[in-house]
Design a protein around this ligand. Structure first.
Ligand code: FAD
Length: 538
């Protein structure tokens, strides 16, 4: 791709080269659009390019967490484990980029800073931190839901003389833990995946926990040749079942209420999902009402609490690891682990409650909480992301009347279908707030969105129109609907990144659409069938 400083013109600019940006490029080529993908990193892969920390892996099964658009790709790729590790997913995305010759339209090391809609020209001008400018009729934000790390404002971070790493921008070289005293801050999914591996190698690991979250065993295992052959022989059926499942991946769901069965039956069902049946997110589907009914939810919380108590030998540590009643099970992203709770039985691991005694500062040689000093050779920060809106609001996006997106979203994100924003014509978001997004198998949702956007743009071209824009009242109705559906569940109660609770000052809005993938897909398909109901073409 040319790198001249003059304004480069394309039919579409796509921001981000993760699963979303690459597939959107593939789709646009199919309908003959010229497109370029601008990516801040020096490689493709998005999440899987940045998050190289030890133990990083997906918690959706590999056979589902993969593109479905190419039957040949499905057949030729071999997954090694039920839940693929980061390096394998990154290899897969790179394979996809090569196999479909996508790289020639991807410009790496290019951070987009601004996107401005030109009303007279009906096009977007996208400018980058390198000072380049791109002009395109359509702008697609494939910037990711978990791509802007939340860097904590701990005093003294820059003073630390040891090694300091962020899980979300882990270096490419191998980090040596052997013989070192390591401090891990953060016990969300990344911290939970990392702790057991660091503990095996380091001289000592101190885990600093602010909030205990629920974690369930992945029951990860190698994929046998027989299983791979079996899945590939029936891949179409597997994908079809996934499409009809609430999260876009088929996990046997129990349609029975947790309140309708005996305590023995309840226990047996939870146990089955903890130990067998593939582990992981299956626990969320143990009963139909776990995320709708407080009493049903409490049964699940109590089951996991009992597991923690059984696994963790020190009762005080077990108590600290047990989520408190103000966090209903599943309302914060469920962690899926391999030996997380067991790690706290190791003599070289300590758990520190930083809610009771907050971290006051990082010192030159460690860390100081309100009541104790810790000497550390390495600090690892697994402190999460400014989820769903972070990457979009980091770009200065301006629509009609030069309105900044950050003003429009000052009280929380507002979209139509999680795909488009009123006042911002010809701009689309992939897996945006107001769509199932992070509550789903993201690769499935990404394909759904990119296909929908591609069809919508084809329609604009067929009609000879210059613009498509979400109608303000359709957007208002959608936002109300998203809130109303969320409020029928327990989700908004949890202090999670789903509601922005991890970012000081972020408006508290439950951002994803909880009604599930099939219900959502039906809605967006109907919108398209009704000639893009709720959109204005001009
Ligand atoms: P990303 O992969 O985040 O890619 C977005 C890209 O946009 C990034 O490369 C970023 O550098 C780039 N970008 C952002 N802003 C700019 C800018 N201004 N200029 C230029 N480039 C920009 N999802 C699941 O479904 N299952 C899982 O098991 C799962 N595990 C996860 C584990 C971790 C550690 C994390 C962080 C996320 C996980 N996710 C999981 C969510 C994951 O983000 C998605 O599954 C998927 O990878 C998203 O792809 P994407 O292309 O939409 O976004």
């Amino acid at each position: 791709m040319a790198t001249s400083k003059s304004k480069q013109k394309f039919d579409a600019v796509i921001v981000g080269a993760g699963f979303a940006g690459l597939y959107q490029l593939y789709c646009f080529r199919k309908i003959g659009l010229t497109a370029c993908v601008l990516e801040a990193g020096d490689g493709v892969g998005g999440t899987w390019f940045w998050n190289r920390y030890p133990g990083a892996r997906c918690d959706v099964e590999s056979f589902d967490y993969s593109y479905s658009f190419s039957k040949e790709l499905e057949q030729e790729w071999e997954w090694s484990e039920r839940y693929a590790p980061q390096e394998e997913i990154l290899r897969y995305i790179n394979h996809v980029a090569d196999r479909f010759d996508l790289r020639r339209d991807v410009q790496l090391n290019t951070r987009v800073q601004q996107a401005i809609f030109n009303e007279s020209g009906n096009c977007w001008t996208v400018t980058t931190a390198n000072g380049e400018a791109f002009e395109a009729k359509f702008c697609i934000m494939a910037t990711g839901c978990l791509s802007i790390p939340q860097k904590p404002s701990i005093k003294g971070l820059d003073r630390f003389k040891g090694e300091l790493y962020y899980s979300s921008s882990w270096p490419k070289h191998t980090v040596q833990f052997a013989g070192k005293k390591v401090g891990l801050i953060g016990t969300g999914s990344s911290g939970v995946q990392m702790a057991p591996i660091i503990a095996e190698q380091a001289a000592h690991l101190t885990v600093f926990q602010r909030t205990a979250n629920f974690s369930v065993p992945a029951q990860n295992e190698p994929v046998s040749r027989e299983l791979s052959r079996e899945v590939k022989a029936h891949y179409a059926e597997r994908r079809a079942r996934g499409r009809e499942a609430i999260t876009g991946q088929y996990l046997s769901a129990n349609d029975v209420s947790a309140l309708e069965v005996s305590s023995e039956e309840r226990q047996a069902e939870f146990e089955f999902r903890w130990r067998g049946a593939g582990g992981g997110f299956r626990m969320l589907r143990a009963f139909s009402d776990l995320l709708r009914d407080k009493k049903a939810n409490k049964y699940a919380s109590e089951f996991i609490a009992s597991k923690i108590k059984n696994i963790v030998q020190d009762p005080a540590v077990a108590e600290l690891l047990t989520p408190k009643p103000d966090l209903p099970f599943g309302t914060k992203r469920l962690c899926v682990d391999t030996n997380y709770y067991e790690t706290f039985n190791r003599p070289n691991v300590e758990l520190v409650d930083v809610k009771a005694s907050p971290i006051e500062e990082i010192t030159a040689h460690g860390l100081r909480t309100q009541n104790r000093e810790f000497e550390l050779d390495m600090v690892v920060l697994a402190t999460g992301f400014d989820a769903m809106t972070g990457a979009l609001l980091q770009i200065d996006i301006r629509g009609i009347g030069d309105q900044p997106l950050k003003d429009k979203w000052a009280h929380g994100p507002r979209t139509y279908l999680g795909l488009a924003i009123s006042g911002f014509p010809n701009l689309f978001i992939i897996t945006g707030p107001g769509s199932p997004s992070v509550l789903s198998n993201m690769v499935h949702s990404i394909e759904t969105h990119a296909n929908w956007i591609t069809d919508c743009i084809s329609r604009i071209r067929e009609r000879g129109c210059a613009r498509v824009e979400a109608n303000g009242s359709a957007e208002d109705k959608w936002v109300d609907h998203v809130n109303e559906v969320a409020n029928r569940t327990l989700y908004p109660i949890g202090n999670s990144w789903y509601v922005g609770a991890n970012i000081p000052g972020k408006p508290r809005i439950f951002m994803p659409y909880v009604a599930g993938v099939p219900a959502y897909r039906k809605i967006i398909e109907e919108v398209a069938q009704k000639d893009y109901d709720g959109f204005v073409f001009s």
